[in-house]
Each structure stands twice: as C-alpha cells, then as structure tokens.
Design a protein around this ligand. Sequence first.
Ligand code: GTP
Length: 579
Amino acid sequence: FPCNNIRNFSIIAHIDHGKSTLADRLLEMTGTINVNSKGANQQVLDKLKVERERGITGNMFYQQEERSYLLNLIDTPGHVDFSWEVSRSMAACQGALLLVDASQGVQAQSLSVFYAAKERGLRVIPVLNKIDLPAAQPERVKAQIHSIFGINPADVLHISAKTGEGISAVLQAIVERIPPPSGEITGNLKAFLFDSSYDRYRGVISLVSIQDGVLRKGDRVASCHTRKKYEITELGQVGYMACNMKQSSEAHIGDTLHRVGEVVEPLPGFQPAKAMVYAGIYPVQSNDFPKLEESIKRLVLTDRSVTVQRESSAALGQGCRLGFLGSLHMDVFRQRLEDEYDTNIVVTAPTVPYRVVYKDRTVVVSNPTDFPDVVDTPEPIAKASIIVPEEYLGEMMDLCFEHRAEDFDHRYLESSGEVSNRVMLTCTIPLSEIVTDFFDKLKSRSSGFASFDYEDAGYKQSNLVKMIFLLNNRPVDALALIVHRSAEQAIGRMWVKKLHKVIPRQLFEVPIQAVVGKKVIARETLSALRADVTAGLYGGHYERKMKHLENQKEAKRKMKRIGRVELPQEAFFDILSNR
Ligand code: GTP
C-alpha cells in the first residue's frame, strides 16, 4: 500500500463518550470489518480485544475519488489509570479523533488525552458525539472546546455514532486532515514496538509501527534493547507481527527492531510503566498458592503493566505482591484473577510506593511491613483535576481538603452567563488518598456530575506512621498500614472495631490493639468463649466421637495461629475484602 494512502489514528475520549460505538461504526461503514476474517489476523485482533477487555484495534479500507486509503485505528484505553498506555498507542499514530459527548461536554479525561495527543505532535480532529440526544447542547460544548483547547468551532464535526449521522464526514476528515506516516521506505528498517500480547500457541505477538523501511515474513530482525535476534514468522495489518519470541518480557515496549546486519539509531523509547498502587495477593487456603501463582502468571502475560514479586507473610503464608497503574487497574485485574482462578483471594490493603530515606540510601517500600515505625518520609503525590458544575465546587473542595489536598486552584470553563457553569478544580493530593474510595465519594458527593483525572506529581515530604495490629499481643503482619499522623486515631479505631466483629471468639479473652511505635492507639477486647466440642456427645458412641474429632482436625488445618489465637484464613478475607 503506498505510504501516502495510509492514515494511522486513534480515538481519544473521556469514558462513555462513545469511543467503541464510533469505532464499530467506522469499521461497519467502510464495510471492511472482516477484511481478513478468514485469516488469522481477525482472530489475533479479536483475541487482543477480548484479552485486554478494552477497546478496538482494526484496519479498514476507504475509497475517496478513485483513491483507496488504508485506515489503521489504534486502540487507546480511556480510563484514568491508563495514561501511560494512551501515550504508548499514540506513538504509532499521526492523528486522533477527540470525541466529546455533546450532552456531557468536556470532561477531565478529555483534557488529559487532548494534551497527550498534542504533546506527541498528533493532528487532532474534534468530534461532537451523541447529537441525537435531546439533552445535546452542541453549540455550548463547541464554545467549551474553543475556550479550553483553542479549537476553531468551524473545525468541529457533529455526529451520532448511534444513528450513523455524520460518520462519512469523519472518514473524509481522517484522510484530509491527518498526514500520512512519514519515513523512508527505502531506508534501513526501523520498527517501533509499542504493544505486545501473548498467544498460547504462537508465543509473543508484538504490535509494531514501521518508521522506515519494509518488513516481510522471513526477515531476520534484532532488538536494539536486548540485542536478541528473531525471525518474523507472521505479519498482519495494524502492524502485528509474530516471531520466535518466547517470553513476554522480551517484547520491550518502546524498543526499536532493525534488520540483522544493519545499524540504526534507536527511536526514543518510553519510560517503563510505573506502578502507583501495590497490594499483596494470597490464596484463602495456603496450600493453593501454586495454583494462584499460575493464574497470576497467565494473566500478567496479557497485561504488561502489572508487576509481580513473590512475598510471604507470617499470617497469610506464601503470596505475591503486585504493582498496578492505579486502583481501577487493580480492580480490573482482581476481577479477572478471580474469574481465572475461580476461588476467593485475599487482597491486602493497597499501598502506594513510599520512599524511605535512610542515612546512606533511599529505598522504595511497597509493603507496609518493611516500613520503619515512625518516619518523616516523602510520599507520592498526584496533580488532580476535577470538572464539575459550579454548584458542587464547595463540596468538591471539602472532599479534597478532607483528603489532605493542597494548592487549590480553579477556573471556569465557560465564559458565558449560563446558569450552571462548569468549573475545573485542580489541586495536589497524596496518591494514597485517592487509591481507596476517593472516586466513589467524588461521584456520590457531586450527584455523579464530577469527572476526575490525575497525574503523577513526584514526591512530597510527609508525616507518616506505620500502624500495626496486635491480636493477643502478637502482631499480624498482613494487616500493617501506612497512615498519615493526623488520621491515626480514626483509622486505628475503625480497624480495631472491624477486627472485633470478624474474629471468632476464643477460649480465652483476646485483646485487639492498634499500635503506632510503642503507643496503643485503639483497643477492643474479644471476650472468652466456653466450649467443649465433645460435651454434647454423651456416652459410649465412640465412632461418632472420633468422627467429630477428625472433622475438627480438618478444620484446624485451615486455621491460622497467631500466638495462641486461632483464626480461620477466611477471617482475613472478611477483614480485608470489606475495607
Ligand atoms: P469506554 O470503552 O468504557 O471508554 O466507553 P466508550 O467511550 O467506548 O463508550 P461506548 O461506545 O461504550 O458508549 C457509551 C454509551 O453511549 C453506550 O451506551 C452507547 O450506546 C452510547 N452512545 C454512543 N454513541 C452514542 C450516540 O451517538 N448517541 C447516543 N444516544 N448514545 C450513544
């Protein structure tokens, strides 16, 4: 296909503004949704799609005045945690459709994806979607787009991805406004690896964007990153390729592949994905660990942004510490893991990566157990932006303030004298405050109107403490938490109450304490239980008695001993799953 007739683009949008619906419509309108449906191509694409459970990558042919174009749609996820993946996919595009819901207006992720596209030098085509809705306010949203992005209202397309209205103008704009990929077709091969997945039968499937030269089946290529050599066994549209790569880790995102024997300057790569949230994952039954680890490994092959390390806990046994891009990413992964593994798992409270500064070194700590007792240490912070109708501004500021936010600023997104102006509130906020239930609170306290986005903003000095919990004076490592000094009382009391509720009573009294340093912050006491399991089984019925003791032994195996306290593993599931 002549390079001049190729367009590489993505659709970028705030969640629910209609990305998938528009993608489907484009593929359908060009009648090429199944171009290669008989071949493996479609299967690979379907698989990529299903496995990642996010969006669409596809290619289509579009005819305009005797000229035939190949349009490559490259998927970008539209969620708050996936900004890294968005910019990664953008590296393979020259343009993007910025989709904005005409009834909702510009939302928090509309801004972040727009700036990410601009930063990458992409041509942005503004598209107003859902104009069929009675609540659509195209003129007003166009004014917003103009005031926020400086986009000329005359350049904004009006569509309904649902009814198909305006879609042909979108196709036309793609070929007219987005430039074809540049590069030297006769030059040395340079292929930019921007995504990968794993196929059980064919090994690693990489998505590559050819910057220079030509890539053919049978070619021998090498990685600039690892220097390893491969032979291309399969090629498909939208730049997927298979070669004799066995391990997922060999497909380094941001790598440049070149022809064996040629020398090229590697393309600027990517910072590796940065884990923002960590959690320990354990089986409910300790001896199920091999099965759990196997399931985790299988899933990680399809999601390269998750980091995995083995760890063990005195209370929970063998487990893994996983790192995620954000809490939503963690929830998605957890859900997929529960499906794959098909049993309950214990997930510890999420932790952000703290930096602990010792005299001679700085250590990033992702497990509270490894934290020193009390430290003045830097904690990761985020720059948050919230877009909300102005009547909720005060409520949103209160919410952020309760979560230790600082550096507040706000600006009106519309300059007209409308009744309900939209405001963008920005602030800095500790990452640990937004990885729990912040998003839910934000939604409920704004009646669902607020949209939220955040980006990494480095570290800031903070007053943090490590809180541990004692059962009958023995620490339970899996429950340790890092909290801000100002919240230690409230958090300590809350957890102790919760433990009191879920821990079964023992034959003796059990104190439950929350401790910071040497100080007890909160305490509850579990009163003693008097019981004799064989008491009710009177007289000579030996067999029945034996059976009962046998059952009890079986139950014991599933019990966890913390000092003299016996806890069923399920108690941890109860404690940790209803955070
Ligand atoms: P994520 O993949 O979750 O980011 O969402 P998305 O941006 O892909 O949105 P999706 O295409 O799933 O659309 C969200 C909702 O809006 C769905 O219920 C669609 O049916 C609806 N929708 C999309 N386009 C239109 C449109 O033009 N008009 C109307 N009325 N509804 C639409």
